[in-house]
Ligand binder design. Sequence first.
Ligand code: ATP
Ligand code: MG
Length: 499
Amino acid sequence: MDKKTIPVMIIDDEESILNFMSKALKKEGYEPHCFVEPRLATAKLSTVNPQIVITDIVMPTMNGLQVLEAVKQFNVETNVILITAHASVESAISAMRGGAFDYITKPFEIDELVVTLKRALSSKRLNTVFPAIEKKTQSMYQVSKLIGNSPKMHEIYRLLEKVAKSDSTVLVVGESGTGKEMVARAIHYSSPRKSNPFVSVNCASLPDQLLESELFGHEKGSFTGALATKPGLLELAHGGSFLLDEVGDMSLPVQAKLLRALQEREIKRVGGIENIPVDVRIIAATSKDLQAEIEKKNFREDLFYRLNVIPIFLPPLRERREDIPELISHFIGYLKEKYHMPKELEFLPDGMDYLMTYHWPGNIRELENIVERIFMLAEKKSLGRDDIVQLLGTELRSVKDMTRGGTMLIELKNETENVLKRRRLSRHSSNRMEINFRQLNGFILVVRRCSIKSKSTTWNRPVFRTKCKIFLHSEVGKAVFDKIKSFRLYRNNPKIINA
Ligand SMILES: Nc1ncnc2c1ncn2[C@@H]1O[C@H](COP(=O)(O)OP(=O)(O)OP(=O)(O)O)[C@@H](O)[C@H]1O
Ligand SMILES: [Mg+2]
């Protein structure tokens, strides 16, 4: 946004103050329109079409509160900054309730005015870009709206409540989909900064140069394609909170610039010379092990210490499985509302068991997606395990984890299909097998074409299929593998295909 294109209306009955402000704003590159007479000013609103109105409160013919009212009638989005002598601070506060953006008290430094002006503009830009989201998130994302009653989550809530009150930098660490962004928002919307912007940037999704100019802004002509001056997102978040998402993916040059900004509490736009003070609460999030990245020289140690003031570790979903039923009913409720579908849906014990014992490598995000798929596709009210598998068209499995290094794929071959077909498994042994698989739950990521499903019609007892593939989490893979070897049926032939 080029400042020269931003008309600002200034109203004050003291001409000297008017001149003083006008000069300063011109120097800053704004387009000031000055009025000593408030009535004339309000009559000219549609001609000037100001982005911001700065007005004195006490004036002889019309006071600042009446100006505010007129401006809001003209355009509710136009921000009004009030200038007030100490004596009339109270009326300024009541004006704020009436929709004024902020007030400054006389005598003031011009810097103070400029900073307030920038904030008024940025909040305007943010609010016009994301008005609905901002309102929705405000009510949606307080700490009290987080779902989960497990001891681990309660520990996190206690920490969040404390952290929210402070201004300390927070580093949220957790696997993908564990709720890092949600926690960052919860901190912001439970903090005193909640009515100021929450801005986030995903450091992994933008190429270097773009990330730099998004964060810090750029001056017109500072690089090819920089057709206009653009304030950075850090600048726009002034007074609010800033989420540096996937901070572990930030390149070293941008890390250096960010470190400087955090130390100095001011930024310089790309190609700019001016230092712009910013007051933002930094929340960084990452799914990477930053210590390991430091060792690999991918992450600056000094930046790490700046960010890691209050670390918050979000546990993977598989470590708080007791939260799964609550999360599921939360998502179902949300979907009903979102799609206006008064659909009733519940899970039979074996269905819930199935969802609770899955490994959830994609954590809450994966759970949310699966619940949405089931919700959309389900035609009956009560769903068991087989219904879920049928609806999803496959056993629960995560493509991502299957390809991730360190995951082990084990193929278990039964003796031979023929032998199996002839074999009648005793109830005892089949049950044991089932129990063992259950005990291994949490370690087994995917059990495909596996066991226990088909029943011999004659005996009505489980018959194992010829082949099953089990994807194991690497840390426990070996132990589980040994355990599987101890199953009578597979004793001789489990084979690691991919370790
Ligand atoms: N405690 C929670 N209660 C309810 N919903 C949650 C909770 N935590 C996360 N979610 C939901 O799970 C999804 C993933 O959360 P979020 O985007 O915050 O995770 P993330 O850790 O930032 O993921 P990624 O690493 O993939 O960016 C979101 O849709 C979010 O609404
Ligand atoms: Mg995220």
